[in-house]
Structure formats: structure tokens, C-alpha cells
Design a protein around this ligand. Sequence first.
Ligand SMILES: CCCCCCCC/C=C\CCCCCCCC(=O)NCC(=O)O
Length: 575
Amino acid sequence: MWWILALIGVLTAIYWLRRRSARGRQVAKLQMAIERRVEERQRSIDGVRKSLDSIDASVRSAIQTLSFSQLVESLQEGKYSAAQALRAYQEKAIAAHEKTNCLTLFIHEAESWAAELDEKAKSSDYKKPPLFGIPVSIKECVNVKGYDQTRGYAQGLGDEAKEDATIVSHLKALGAVPFVLTNVPQSLLSYACSNPIYGTTGNPYDPTKVPGGSSGGESALIASGGSPLGIGGDVGGSIRIPCHFTGIAGIKPSHIRLSHRGTRGSVPGRPLINASDGPMAADVDTCAFMLRHMWTGDWLFSRDPYVAPVPWREEIYSSERKLIIGYYDDDKWFLPTPALRRAVQEAKEILEKAGHRLIRFDPPDVSAAFSHFVSAVSVDGGTYLLNRLDNDILDDTYKPIVRLYRIPLLVQRALSYLLRPIYPRLATALRCMPRNTSELRSVYERIELYRERFTRQMEQLGLDAIICPVQVMPAVPHDVPMKVFATVSYTGLFNLLDYAAGVVRVTEVSEEDEQALENYPVNDPWDKVVKEASKGAVGLPIAVQCVAPPFREEICLRVMREIETGVRTKTDRKH
Ligand SMILES: CCCCCCCC/C=C\CCCCCCCC(=O)NCC(=O)O
């Protein structure tokens, strides 16, 4: 008998040793690929830096001071060329990168694209397209031919896209020049911005804080002035949270209003919580400018049959009809810290002053909605993500989530039961993972019912739109996001509903907000993390979220723009 046990012991030891050495070889291979990429990125940046002087420094700095509309106008009028605009923004992007580590690779073909545009512009019968010569930055997970979309996984290095994503081709068809790719968190399913290949991206306001995620490279770049317009993607807040953390504007359109051909999300095959790509920029009008031109004409609708053929409706964006707008500053799932609640109040006052009617709106059962969101975002209980991460080098910021996903399902449920009286929110999260297709179907059914309930409540009040917080906190230290992933209830809700949802800067954290934070109630360890992580934030930007039902992006943008105008007027009056 003893020899059977000995044999099992030897075979187990051999198995583990072989596994360890295979993993060792895998890690060494990934490390080498990372080292090569880090060198390639440096060469890419150095190469661009060397060629900046092909355009006079005074021209570059003149372009760098232009607003977006002035940039469009000067390119249209031929005051500046596409090549000049490109060099001006390459220079600013390098400066932004030095400050925040926001870039992955420059797109070198941008130079020939800009040159081609300038060549065409020499002909008198050439009609310049509306985005002629505008440099545009692209989130790393969007296909650009010849570049890989690693999503922060080292195993994705070298797997280059064979063709551009439709959104990239569309931007080019509109005359824009995609010129740089920006950093993301490993897996994309995070609002931090760090991965084992390109490292951690910092917030331009404070490098110890996150710029948000997953479109965090975009937000850091745009907020530093390194790109006039960027493309992000959003499954649970990945456009909106980065914009809030860095003080810029952005919108997540309803899923099928833009093309997603050739963009890669965090977990493919997730039918009810789908990624929406969308614009990010310094102001709302720039986001509207891009969408207006994408939804005008037939280019998009004839290239991607899955895009709903809903054209841009200027009459809605520019309408003066007074709106009925719902508002809330607490979803009763996770209490926002004082500055975020104040931002909603200030936005409400601005909108009331503009003549709109604001009505209190209590979103129905956000606890249930958040639970459905986590179930449907994970779909397979985390299997896809864990398989990817097990074959990679795991980023530290993602470890808290991985630990949770690794708990065996039955233990998750037992823990959920035991924790319910003392830590009910974690208990809810631990009860979310669908065990089989029958449970998954039931999650989808509950999402459909929730959509109906929420929409009906809005209809009964006659609401055109809603304003509410974007998050619970201002920008936080890099290790915080995945410790309190439940704060995405404010953004994830509108992915679950597939509403149009955008964010716009309203204010910044004040000394008074920081003092009021002392009274933030701590009922469980998540509250404690939030309270601690929100300290030391005076001066950080704070946005408000504006939402409207599917295919009403123009209403959403209009509300965002009116808030932005009101904020500007208030700031101008102060100075
Ligand atoms: C056993 C319980 C495990 C709970 C694990 C929770 C898993 C994560 C669920 C929600 C966190 C979501 C954070 C989302 C931030 C924004 C993500 C986003 O929009 N990504 C874009 C994309 O995926 O393409």
C-alpha cells in the first residue's frame, strides 16, 4: 500500500515541478516581449521627437494655443496644414506622456496620412472633409492596422490588427488623423490604469492618483492638452470615470448607435452589458462635433449594418424647448462623498436657472441593478478573465478582484450568507456569479424587467433626462479602484439600461468638501476605503453625469452643454 502512496507523491511532485518550470518559461517569454515593447515605445517616442523640428516651433506653439473650433477653422481655411497640426499635437502628447505615462505607441502612418490630406488640399476641386487634419488619439483596444491591441495583457503583444476598426476608418474618412494609442488597465475591466507592459498612467492633477480607467491613457492625454479628441470605450464607466477624474467631457452612446467592428472589450460575448465606444475631449461641443459628423450622411450606416441608422438630430441638440430633468445625488447603494453631491446640486441650479424643471428622481432598487450588472459583466463567473490572467503577468492593481473570482462558487455563496448581516454589499457581490446557464438566463430576464421598471418610472414623471453623480469619489490612489469596484453603481446602471450617458466638469473638491468628508458615515470596510481614499483631494475636478434614454444622445449632449456653459459663466463672474 505504501508504495502506491509514494508513487502518487512522486507523480504529484513531478507534475508540480513541470508546471512550475513551464510557468517560469512562460513568464520569461512574456518578460522578454515586454522588454522589447518598452524599447520599441521609447524608439517610437524618440523618433517622433526628432522629427518635430520639421515644423517651425512658433507654428507648433501657435497651433497648441487654439481651441478645438479654432483648430477646425484654421485647418479648413488652410491657415495651417494637417502636417503642422500633427507635429503640434505630437509635441504636446510627448509632454503629456512625460508627465503621466499615458501613451503606448505613436501611429507612424499618421505622417503619411497627414501628407496625403495636404496634397489633396492643393487641388481646387477638393472639398475638405469636416475633421480635415484633426489629430485624434485612440484607446489601445481599438484596432489600428499594424498595431496590437493587448488590453494590457503581455500575451497580446505582437498580435497585430489586420485592418482598422470601423470607427478608425470613419475618422479617417472624415479627414481626421489618428496619431497615437493610449494606455489601459490590464483586462479593461477596471477604473485604474495600470498594466505589466506599459506601467501605470498618472492623473495630470496629481501623479499619485488614477486618471480613471479603462480609458485612462486617453483622459490623462486629453486633460494635459496632448490630444484635441480621443476615442474611448465604456462597459461600466470607462469613458465617464476617466473624464470625471481628469476634468474633461465624454459620452457613452447607446450601444448600437456607433460601430464596434474591430474594437476589443474586456469580456467578449456579453450580450446585455455591451461596450460602447465614444468621444472624449476638453469640452462637450467637441464630442458633439464628432458625433454630428459621424451620424450625418451614409458612411457609417452603409459600412456597418449593426449600427442603427439614426441620423444626428441638430434640432434636438440646438432646441430651446425647456426640459423636465430628474436628479439624484445618492443611489442608496453607495453614498457619494460631499464634493460629488455638491456637483449635482450646482448642476441642478444651473439647469433651473436656464429654465428647465428639475424633479427629484429615486432610481429603483440600485442594489438589485448593481447585482445584475456584476452578474452580466462577468457572464461566466470570471472564467474568461482568470484564464487570461493565469497566462499573463498579473498587475498588482487587479489582485483584489482576482482573489474574489478565485473563491470557489459554493464558498462564495456560503460567505455571502454569513456576511449578509455585517457586510451586506459584499454579500450581494459574492452572490452574483451565475452558476449555470439557467441562472444566467434569469439574470438577463431580471435586467429586462429592470429596464422596463426604470424607463416606466421616468415616463411617469415625463422626464427627458436625468442628472446624477458619476462616481462616489474624486480621483483616488492607484491601488484603490478594484478594492471598491462597487462604486461603479452610478455608471454601470446606464450600461445595464443601455442609455446615453455623458459627463461634464462642474467643480473641484474644496476645503469645505474635505472637512465635510469627516462626517462620511462608515458602515462597512468599503465605506472606510472610500473615506480614506477621498482625502487629500482639494482641487481635483468633479463632474456630473447626464443621461437620456437610448438613441437620445442629442438630449444628453444638450444638457451637458448647458451645464458646461453655466459653469463657465459662473467662473467668469468670479474672476
Ligand atoms: C465573486 C465576486 C466577484 C466580484 C467581481 C466583480 C467584478 C467586476 C465587476 C464590476 C467592476 C467593474 C469595474 C468597471 C470599471 C469600468 C470598466 C469598463 O467600462 N471597461 C471597458 C471595457 O470593458 O471594455
